[in-house]
Ligand binder design. Sequence first.
Ligand code: RB5
Length: 153
Amino acid sequence: MHIGIAADHGGFAMKEQLVVALKSAGHDLIDFGAKKLNATDDYPDFIIPLAQAVARGEVERGIALCGSGVGACVAANKVHGVRAALIHEHFSAHQGVEDDDMNIICLGSRVVGYAQAWELVETFIAARFSGAERHRRRLAKITAVEREVQECK
Ligand code: RB5
């Protein structure tokens, strides 16, 4: 799968580990940074470019990391077309895709360990949107709000 990944300093070390694992698993990966550890960097500088690439379809899915995963999730969801969620347990890692067409998984590297993060990422990547009518209907209501906001500008 064509995947994008991004992290601030809080998620940097875990991102580096995930990059190695994703490449070994054969995924086509774009790393949106940070490219080196800088304790004063800001998560929007890396997460927003990742989110824009997901929204434009340049990558199919995104993985966004920071210390808690919260800032990454808040930032990613500002980009229309992104459906990002902070995921720290198995059920939501697949159900979020199956029902809600989640396209970015957000992880807190200070919350979960690497083994857990990798399992969540693998689960997220393997999951597919069910396409069920009720889920499409709900997502259409969210897209409608995005359109309204766009028209207000
Ligand atoms: C950075 O220290 C930390 O605040 C950031 O990585 C993240 O946890 C924000 O939500």
